[in-house]
Design a protein around this ligand. Sequence first.
Ligand code: BDP
Length: 738
Amino acid sequence: MLPPIFRLTFWLSLAALTSAAFTPARAEDGYRLWLRYDRITDEPLRARYATALQQIVLSTPTGVDSPTLAMAREELAIGLRGLLGPEVKITVSNRSTVELPSWAELKSWYDKYRNPPEFYTLRHEPSDRVVISSVSDIGVLYGVFALLRHVQLGLPLAQLDTTSAPKIQRRLLDHWDNLDRFVERGYAGQSLWEWFYLPEIRSPRYRDYARALASVGLNGVVLNNVNANALILTPVYLRKVAALAEEFRPYGVRVYLTARFSAPLEIGGLKTADPLDPAVAAWWKAKVDEIYTFIPDFGGFLVKANSEGQPGPQEYKRTHADGANMMADALAPHGGVVMWRAFVYGADVKEDRVKQAYSEFMPLDGKFRDNVVLQVKNGPLDFMPREPFSPLFGGMKKTVMAPELQITQEYLGQSTQLAYLAPMWKEVLEADTFASRLVDLDNARQGVLIASSPTATVAHVADGTLHQLPLSMIVGVANTGSDRNWTGHPLAQANWYAFGRLAWDHTLTSEQIADEWVRLTYGSDPKVVATIKKILLGSRETVVNYSMPLGLHHIMAEGNHYGPGPWPIANTTRPDWSPPYYHQADALGLGANRTATGSNALEQYAPQLATLWGNADTVPENLLLWFHHIAWDHQMKSGRIFWDELALRYQQGVNEVRVIQREWDSLKGLIDNERFTEVKQRLVRQESDARDWRDACLLYFQTFSHRPLPAGVEQPAHDLDYYKTSVIRFAPGHPGAK
Ligand code: BDP
């Protein structure tokens, strides 16, 4: 097999060859993602770049070459050759001739602000040299990707000079991948990890995957499913994990694993997994020491405990903190962390499910070790198309919290429908928790390395600035798989890209990220850029409109979570898995009353928010049914009654898909036929799915409202029974699909 660098080169040069030689008819399969490096067609621009970029200096304190710098040089050489043509002289040096803060000074910033040295500085010198510097090799690699992005986007050279540092330290993808390569809630084929063939046989995709991660600044990956199998912790699998870690390492990507809490019983021969039992703690310590002999830079464990049937400390009458701290103590000497998930809710608990995580974890604030991160889904329920932010972000003050976002579109049309998720994530990251302001304003004003806004948004919790905690992390549940284009839906690549860019810098806007991604992926034709951007930016709201508008949630089909299913689930022992638990439809109206007269989930938010959201007239309309039971004839802001508004929102969602279809059709001939057709076909399916959502939900809710559909809403194609009995079988990504 070719050494990795050549595999990469071979793959890229093949791509360049096919693109140059067979432009009109080439098979455009999407494999190259946003790293295409096609020749710049604007000749004056290309010539300007070619002159300015004749010499590139990669500058680090040591100036010594390394595997990471080798990747950086290779990437630059391939990228600039593809984009500009002539060969570029690339050197590694320890001398930066431009005026930079001293290395020592830069390093002290990092020590002060706790960020690892991953920043980069780009300088274009008058002598037509570009210097990319950092205190670390990985920082230089990030700088290389930034330079290539700059050129790909055709930005002016005058704007090249920048310093950029990640706002969040650990920026991770979580894979819900099983050892048999089934991906739970994965819609892009099988797992990328070929466990059977590892460690000897290594797919070139491993490097390409890590390269894609590094290109957007992601630096960690949890390889396996939160519904974990303890076998991953046995030496046979650790050797395989070590092989993946080796492939990823030059790209600055560290490997993490999920740890099954009952592993001491399953693979350790112990009789208990009680975290306070010394033998259990000793077993984990030995296991962790062993892991580090295989993977010296192992990142740590992710744990789903006492949730949806997963084992945990509560089986031994211990707290989540007892469990997390026991593992954290084993990892601490090696610099590893424990990500403990807050996604817990009990089968027997009577409390409103959306309140349970807060009730469970708030009393534990301050009880976790420094190297424990509480991993909190963005909303209090479960990745719905729209949720308010989880109240834990505003509540806990002494616990490091990592927002967990879902890149894979479990509840937003999976890989069949289009939903660009950056606007959803921004909504959460920018939400003001109204938590007490602890930000050091003076530092914020001066420092480029900490957030400049004094508000207490979820982003300020995530980047650690709000409570000045020593660690910061953000996590996205991956949407990648073995499909040739990585993500199934060609436009879902934008979500992978957007997650990485936001993890690096949460102040970027959805629009900026969409603009970048479209240009990198489809080229800079103004009509193509404007059209795809417009389609992307509105797409998440469109899915909300035709599936769960006005704050509706959890009304999807049972099990596969794909289509509509607002009716009760037959024979379930879990009322909290049945949609009426959430929508509470009755003769009076619709929606969950979470005000003081209902479950009072509002009490978990800051008083300012509880007041604002506790009133049906002041709560944002898009969260109305999350917090209120609304009468069918309630007057809405539009002047319509609620029932009519609801019906028209569903119709609006369908209409918007039709607009997207027309806009996409206008791109025929302007982009390659392969990706054009793939998206076009998916949009046909999306329009039909949107009608199903509208019809099934309105017919079902109509059995309570007893009102006619207002003018402008199309009549359903079938009766309610048809939708109730149309069960989708063998849907992808559904564990235990039948
Ligand atoms: C739910 C998924 C389930 C996951 C669970 C989790 O349906 O497959 O195991 O989240 O996050 O959304 O643990």
